[in-house]
Ligand binder design. Structure first.
Ligand SMILES: C[S@@+](CC[C@H](N)C(=O)[O-])C[C@H]1O[C@@H](n2cnc3c(N)ncnc32)[C@H](O)[C@@H]1O
Length: 291
């Protein structure tokens, strides 16, 4: 496989990347006269490109190279002052280094490492009084820890686009609580920052009929929360992490309508004017993407 080859996503990928691109354009333009340096952070950066077609799923479509989030951010008409790309995979990290060399006019830092620890470190070492940032969290699955979200919110300087793996959460929360895998449950505790999802999603379901011997069957603990309730819970957890405002997420679906991801937008800056401006644009972009 070529260094730069990175196959991921589907129709939803183009939607999320369009929202991101349009928001970055707005952000760079809106803050151009402000006394802040602008920083773009891509914590699950990939290679900068996306290869589509000519694979086992699409035999008759020729291969094409599309821009991924990192390259999109680098090619803005009005670029940011500084870029930080984080990637754990060594081959993709090498591709990011190649990308960095293609844009010598930009200040780009590529960090090879785990997104949570790199982000927590970054939140601690940037002089946030001088910076305003947009952060894109685009993991494949349930990789972002709630403590990381807390650190991000605490900067009061970051606008966050977070692609949350709704289907991953739904899958982990089996219908029958007894079937919830303990390792998966521990992961949910760290992603949601609380054990309370157990009570919020599950309740005893009384059996309707006694067993063969006429004895009452003890109730099972069943999941009553549907996808909407689960998504709302995630939004509440983002608010609890300390974000000043969280927009109604954009649900991204598979072709058949199965919910896959929820694209959340969160503002950490508590300034009412900053909130109003960011939210107005984010709402507009999210609404347009729903059409
Ligand atoms: C969906 S892809 C990102 C695509 C990219 N945003 C784009 O639009 O081109 C997720 C990336 O995150 C990387 N990754 C997965 N888990 C990670 C982690 N814990 N820390 C850092 N990178 C991780 C993967 O290697 C992969 O390249």
């Amino acid at each position: 496989m070529k260094e730069t080859e990175h196959r991921f996503g589907g129709a939803w990928t183009e939607i999320k990347l369009k929202v991101l691109r349009d928001y970055l354009r707005f952000y760079a333009q809106a803050l151009k006269n402000q006394p802040f340096k602008l920083l773009y952070i891509d914590a699950f950066a990939g290679t900068g490109d996306r290869t589509v077609g000519n694979d086992k799923f699409s035999l008759f479509v020729s291969e094409r190279r599309l821009k991924g989030s990192a390259r999109i951010a680098l090619e803005l008409e009005r670029p940011f002052d500084r870029y930080v790309f984080i990637e754990r995979n060594s081959r993709r990290f090498q591709a990011l280094e190649t990308l960095r060399r293609q844009y010598p006019q930009h200040r780009i830092e590529c960090l090879r490492g785990e997104a949570n620890s790199e982000l927590q470190d970054l939140c601690a070492r940037i002089a946030w009084r001088q910076y305003r940032a947009v952060l894109f969290l685009d993991p494949y699955g349930l990789s972002v820890e709630w403590v990381t979200l807390q650190r991000i919110a605490r900067t009061q300087a970051i606008d966050l686009w977070y692609l949350f793996a709704l289907s991953g959460l739904y899958r982990q929360t089996a219908r029958d609580f007894e079937r919830v895998d303990p390792a998966g449950a521990a992961r949910l505790d760290s992603v949601l920052g609380t054990p309370d999802w157990r009570e919020a999603f599950y309740a005893p379901i009384a059996p309707t009929t006694p067993d063969l011997f006429g004895d009452p069957v003890s109730p099972i603990i069943g999941r009553h929360a549907d996808v909407d309730a689960i998504e709302a819970f995630v939004g509440d957890r983002l608010r609890a992490a300390g974000f000043a405002k969280v927009a109604e997420p954009l649900r991204l679906l598979l072709r058949g309508g199965t919910p896959l991801y929820s694209l959340f937008f969160c503002v950490s800056n508590p300034n009412p004017k900053a909130i109003a401006l960011s939210m107005r644009v984010a709402h507009h972009l999210l609404k347009a993407a729903r059409l």
